[in-house]
Design a protein around this ligand. Structure first.
Ligand code: ADP
Length: 312
């Protein structure tokens, strides 16, 4: 069976990044965030040198889509998508309802395999391995590329067992107690639940349940976390907590989030991909750029109209 590349930055039992007790926001450790600064003000030679440095520093993408079409039986829901997702970045997928955002997200961890009649054409590479290669195990794919859904969906089990479940069925040989604690810490939930680990996951608030689902995803050592409108069922306070958590998590994970909430995309993501529907109803990428650019200086009129609320 094809080995998927290891996830060196994402071991949940190493340093914990969640549960900052002072509630502060850590500085970005992301070298590519320089793309958002106006370094050209320092003059053309300096700017050129900076650009060369930036190109050299560009890390290899974790996931790369190339010419991806996705079908549901004969209906082509997504067409011609080519995007690279860099490590330790948050990418937001935005666009009107039905333009294929969730479809594209599910394509990245083979969740669409579970939908009868769905088919992917083009290439989806994860650390340069073809995710749809015949030797690749979809269960292993979903372990490395975790997913958090719109509605928090803890298992009807204890908080502890929710987190321990995935590692146990994957034959985890380390200390499960430690793994549960470190995953809950990373999901900024440990302080809330450390005294009631045996209580049902369903007894938590909506925001806590969503963080439990993030802890559950983290526990299997993914290096990518896909989030499909993770805050749409949450109140504003829980939404902000999840956004803060995403900010922490991106130090160790690549995050792709589908959101209908423009403010969320603008606040929380580094990169934004705007999709729209063509006349044949297939979704396609209109524009992809650093988030600041998409919201302040988009190249395409359609993007401008969408982010300024004129349609969608
Ligand atoms: P978005 O997330 O942007 O709202 P979706 O990915 O959910 O868009 O849907 C894209 C298109 O694919 C829509 O036309 C939708 O009706 C269709 N679609 C989504 N899921 C399925 C499915 N399971 N079977 C058939 N068509 C689907």
């Amino acid at each position: 069976m094809t080995q998927l590349a290891p996830s060196p930055t994402a071991d949940p039992s190493s340093t914990s990044s969640g549960d900052r007790s002072d509630g502060s926001t850590p500085p970005s450790a992301d070298p590519a965030s320089v793309a958002l600064t106006d370094h050209h003000a320092a003059g053309p030679v300096r700017a050129m040198a900076d650009d060369v440095t930036r190109l050299e520093a560009q890390p290899a993408p974790v996931i790369r889509l190339d010419g991806v079409d996705v079908y549901y039986s004969t209906f082509r829901a997504v067409k011609g998508v080519s995007i690279a997702f860099a490590p330790q970045r948050i990418t937001a997928l935005i666009g009107p309802s039905g333009c294929g955002k969730s479809t594209l997200l599910r394509t990245m961890n083979r969740m669409n395999d579970l939908i009868p009649g769905s088919r992917v054409e083009g290439s989806v590479l994860y650390h340069d391995v073809d995710l749809y290669g015949k030797d690749v195990d979809p269960v292993e794919v979903r372990r490395r590329i975790g997913m958090v859904f719109q509605k928090p969906n803890p298992f009807p089990k204890s908080i502890y067992d929710n987190v321990a479940f995935g590692p146990r069925i994957n034959g985890y040989r380390g200390n499960v107690d430690e793994l549960v604690e470190s995953s809950l810490r990373r999901a900024a939930l440990w302080n809330d639940v450390k005294d009631k680990l045996k209580a049902s996951g369903l007894a938590l608030s909506g925001g806590q349940q969503q963080r439990l689902c993030i802890a559950r995803a983290i526990a299997t050592s993914p290096d990518v976390i896909l989030m499909d409108e993770p805050c749409s069922a949450l109140d504003p306070r829980s939404t902000l907590q999840i956004e803060e958590l995403m900010f922490d998590l991106k130090q160790n994970y690549t995050i792709v989030i589908v959101t209908h909430n423009m403010q969320q995309a603008a606040r929380a993501s580094d990169q934004t991909v705007f999709m729209n529907m063509a006349d044949d109803r297939a979704g396609y990428v209109v524009e992809e750029a650093p988030t600041l650019e998409i919201f302040t200086n988009p190249k395409n009129q359609m993007t401008e109209d969408y982010v300024s609320g004129r349609f969608g």
